[in-house]
Design a protein around this ligand. Structure first.
Ligand code: KG4
Ligand code: ZN
Length: 345
């Protein structure tokens, strides 16, 4: 069965068609990065307006990419529509939700609400046919840092999450501090390649007493470091590169070491790393290398499936439907929910 997925939780408007939960037939993502870059972060009001402007185009492009048109008869092979129901920005979620609900009504398809974080968790399965739960998942994005044991579709135990900034948010804030562009992750990664990762001593916030994360300390350390050397940084581009490399290295060490420790503790031989920050090359290399040393297999989606997309939403929608879960027809006031948690279903 083909499921059409709709994603609009933050600043990407996305529609995808996926067959039997695994095979991507069409995957269209329209990013608003340029729109928000001047504000160094996503402006919710602008994001919802941009979703409204883009959604029809993205929907039609995704259908055409799969060889279908937009007339009702053309969607015979589409068995259901799934849509991100949260977490995310309320205005953005509402746009995709209303669009998907209207489409489900017009085309006569069941509507399946999907948790955005579940989408990220299972995005690795779109490219790894052999990958099956149980595994440990680390979701690292602009809004989330969550560590969860995944026993199956709809069966999770959240071990920890960030107590303050999400990992991606810390990248974005440090980039802003250094006068770089938004989103911060890719530009910090680029400069870090030419910097010295031991140039600045940032303490790794391991907090070994639990499985939570905290990145605001590293961010504050970066603020003080930059404040005390503002002129030197302006003159010396190498210092900027060292800050990027050292910051990236501190965040990556924390994420990798803590996640792999949890995998050992809970005897998980497989780890999935997903979300926008998983696009970071240094993080990917470290996870694969350190995981390999411990005999832990690490699965990371290709970069395009790390950042927000609708293929992951269509995939989870298929499995939810197959398990007889959460197909809704009419109004449902539980969704969208900007604070939706990963829960068992
Ligand atoms: O998953 P995502 O596309 O959107 C959310 O659901 O938040 O993640 C976006 C986040 C941004 O904070 C961005 O700076 C970060 O992912 N990111 C990266 C890289 N590419 C994107 N962080 C570090 N290195 C990267 N290469
Ligand atoms: Zn995301």
């Amino acid at each position: 069965m083909i499921v059409l997925g709709v994603e609009s939780s933050c600043d990407e408007t996305a529609v995808a068609l996926v067959e039997n939960g695994r095979k991507i037939i069409s995957n269209v993502v329209s990013s608003q990065e340029k729109l928000h870059a001047q504000y160094f972060g996503v402006v919710p009001e602008l994001a919802s307006r941009a979703h409204l402007e883009n959604i029809n185009y993205v929907f039609e492009k995704a259908l055409r990419g799969a060889g279908f048109g937009v007339e009702p008869g053309e969607l015979k092979k589409v068995g259901a529509i799934s849509v991100t129901a949260g977490p995310g920005l309320m205005g953005s979620l509402l746009l995709g939700w209303t669009f998907a609900r209207t489409a489900a009504y017009i085309y006569g398809k069941p509507l399946v609400p999907v948790n955005h974080l579940e989408g990220h968790i299972f995005s690795a399965m779109l490219e790894n046919m052999e990958l099956k739960p149980p595994f440990l998942a680390l979701v690292v994005s602009g809004g989330h840092t969550e560590l969860a044991l995944v026993y199956g579709y709809g069966r999770y135990k959240v071990l920890g999450r960030t107590r303050d900034d999400a990992a991606g948010e810390a990248f974005d804030k440090v980039a802003k501090l250094l006068g770089l562009t938004y989103p911060g992750g890719p530009v910090i990664e680029k400069l870090a390649r030419e910097g010295n990762p031991t140039g600045v001593n940032f303490t790794r916030p391991y907090m070994w007493e639990n499985w939570d994360f905290s990145f605001s300390g590293i961010k504050t350390a970066a603020v003080y470091f930059v404040r005390d050397r503002e002129k030197a940084i302006l003159k010396n581009n190498n210092l900027k590169k060292d800050i990027c490399a050292s910051f990236q290295s501190a965040v990556v060490d924390t994420l990798v070491d803590k996640t792999l420790s949890a995998a050992k503790k809970f005897r998980m031989g497989k780890v999935v790393v997903c979300g926008g920050v998983a696009a970071n090359g240094f993080l990917r290399e470290n996870f694969i290398k350190k995981g390999g040393d411990l005999g832990i297999e690490v699965f990371i989606p290709s970069r395009g499936l790390c950042t927000d997309n609708a293929a992951m939403i269509a995939s989870v929608g298929y499995y939810k439907l197959k398990m007889g879960k959460n197909s809704i027809a009419g109004l449902d006031n539980r969704y969208p929910n900007p604070n939706l948690e990963i829960k068992n279903w």
